[in-house]
Design a protein. Structure first.
Length: 165
């Protein structure tokens, strides 16, 4: 597994992956610190495209990522993460709505746990899931970064949504 760091408006990001694709984007200053595993090799070359797309996203120039991803999780988690990728740029949905979209309307809590376990922040847009009351809820990158990402998307998408609390 290779890794590198990317400076971003949300603080440093740890990127990791292998020949199968990008496996990790982690907020280094987030709520759960993470360092590269000792057997990983620091090498930015495999992440040139991911870094370019992330920089374009932060500049408001990219709405949809086109990267080869290799998230590792249970079949349920993978299903939730796939559904997250269907939430349009600039939009938000609730955990309950996400549960309904994957055909498990009574699984809001399980969906929330899977959302929280998303290993590829930003690209798999778990930040687009909010509470049913419109409030921002927990985010591994910190609530200030969740708000920053949502504000960024709204400012570039033209989507007018109710204010978040």
């Amino acid at each position: 597994m290779n890794y590198t760091y990317l400076d971003s408006p949300t603080g440093p990001l740890l990127l990791a992956g292998d020949e199968e694709g990008l496996s990790l984007i982690h907020f280094c200053d987030g709520t759960i610190p993470r360092k590269p595993d000792p057997e990983w090799q620091q090498d930015a070359r495999p992440f040139v495209e991911a870094m370019a797309q992330l920089n374009a996203y932060f500049a408001g120039e990219l709405l949809d990522f086109q990267l080869r991803l290799n998230p590792r999780g249970t079949p349920f988690q993978l299903g939730v993460w796939k559904a997250l990728c269907q939430i349009p740029y600039g939009h938000t949905i609730s955990y309950g709505e996400l549960a309904r979209r994957i055909g498990k309307p009574s699984a809001s809590r399980a969906v929330g746990l899977a959302n929280g376990a998303n290993p590829i922040a930003i690209v798999i847009p778990c930040h687009r899931v909010i509470g049913s009351d419109g409030k921002l809820t927990g985010y591994g990158g910190g609530l200030s970064n969740k708000r920053r990402l949502l504000d960024l998307e709204r400012s570039h998408s033209g989507v007018m949504l109710p204010g978040l609390t």
